[in-house]
Design a binder for this molecule. Structure first.
Ligand SMILES: *Cc1c(COP(=O)(O)O)cnc(C)c1O
Length: 377
């Protein structure tokens, strides 16, 4: 189905903007392996986030998550657990299993939609580490408490900030400076998009060195595999796109935030709930919790029929996806009532880098119409 207003509409550099870089990469005969574009891109990422973070680039965030677990916790024997939410994208759980662990799904807080601090504390003795997630790329307001639990219990803390490059925490800093490291995706569907790509940002210089080694077959300064690695390297073409995209990121985020605030003020009047601190994020999604009296399923169906592509992210949650249903011995959970409940009511609206006013208005007027006709007392 073709939508008048698609859920996601990435904007990429025009042909003429990228032509020179393309020729330069081909002429220099240096396509990957930490070439000049990757070096420059890495420096620009560090500069953007500030706070003395070091960047390590990746070919995608899933490989980045795998490297982060390998670099901080080491390979597991298939029996031990890493805590994470079920209400997120599947990649983190798959990285945990490939790294030789099992996900321990911890229930979420029904306001932040992220692992509840008390629930995490209850299972902390049973896990080797924590994969926290800044869900929807929104800087979680409880991050300080989460860091405290991890530090107090000496557990590594990896933060999956995949969709959140350019988002800010409530302390005003950019995502990328919390936990032991934060993992970002630059996939085409994220607000900061380069095609396929990702990065890990960390304040730990030794960890950064180790992660870079892991992305490059475990090679140190020579072609000698000093440890177990794989190929996680970012191509020069993608790095070149990234350098151009970064220059435009602030303007795109400002425009997304403007669209989001129009959505939020209209929808909050109808009883929809916004996610805390979403307004300070880069808004790859525009998530809201639908009031039960209106009904999420009917609303999403209605919008889709009317050419507006809304989605139910992250429904179904990870533990209800087929692989996890059929492999019940691969994970544990601490009760997932809030997760289930949120999954029944969450949805996200289309949001673009430069969304036209008429499109924002048409999304809101359709929701207004549906709510009026279908609201149950
Ligand atoms: C997009 C996303 C990923 C995966 O990123 P890739 O670069 O596609 O591997 C992982 N976690 C979350 C929360 C995401 O949103």
């Amino acid at each position: 189905m073709k939508y008048n207003i698609p859920f996601i509409k990435p904007s990429f550099p025009e042909e003429h903007e990228i032509a020179k870089d393309y020729s330069q990469i081909v002429d220099s005969n240096w396509f990957t392996n930490f070439g000049p574009y990757e070096q420059e891109f890495r420096a620009r990422l560090e500069e953007y986030v500030g706070n003395d973070v070091k960047a390590v680039t990746f070919n995608n965030a899933t490989i980045g998550l795998l490297a982060a677990i390998e670099g901080l916790i080491g390979r597991g024997n298939g029996k031990e657990y890493i805590a994470m939410p079920s209400f997120t994208f599947i990649a983190g759980a798959q990285a945990i299993i490939w790294a030789g662990y099992k996900p321990y799904f911890v229930d979420i807080d029904s306001k932040s939609l992220q692992m509840d601090v008390n629930n995490l504390e209850n299972v902390i003795d049973e896990v080797k580490g924590v994969l926290f997630c800044n869900v929807f790329g929104i800087g979680n307001p409880d991050m300080e408490a989460i860091e405290e639990i991890a530090t107090k219990n000496s557990k590594p803390l990896v933060v999956d900030s995949a969709a959140g490059f350019g988002s800010k925490y409530i302390d005003g800093t950019f995502l990328g400076n919390k936990g032991d490291c934060e993992v970002f995706s630059f996939h085409a569907t994220k607000p900061f998009a380069i095609g396929e790509g990702g990065a890990i940002l960390t304040k730990d210089i030794e960890l950064a060195k180790r992660l870079k080694k892991i992305t490059n077959f475990g090679f140190g300064d020579s072609r000698d595999a000093e440890e177990l690695g794989f190929n996680g390297k970012l191509q020069e073409f993608n790095a070149a796109i990234g350098i151009l995209q970064l220059k435009k990121l602030d303007a795109k985020i400002a425009s997304r935030q403007d669209t989001y605030s129009q959505y939020a003020s209209f929808l909050e009047n109808l009883g929809f709930k916004a996610i805390d601190n979403a307004e300070n994020s880069s808004l790859g999604f525009a998530p809201f919790v639908c009031p039960e009296a209106i009904g999420r399923n009917g609303l999403v169906r209605y919008l889709n029929i009317n050419g507006i592509q809304a989605r139910e992210y992250y429904n179904p949650p990870i533990h209800r996806q087929s692989y996890f249903v059929s492999n019940r011995n691969q994970w544990a959970d601490s009760g997932l009532d809030n997760t289930e409940n949120v999954c029944d009511n969450i949805f996200s609206l289309p949001i673009h880098d430069d969304m036209r006013m008429v499109d924002v208005e048409s999304v809101l007027s359709e929701i207004g119409r549906y709510a009026k006709d279908n609201k149950r007392a």
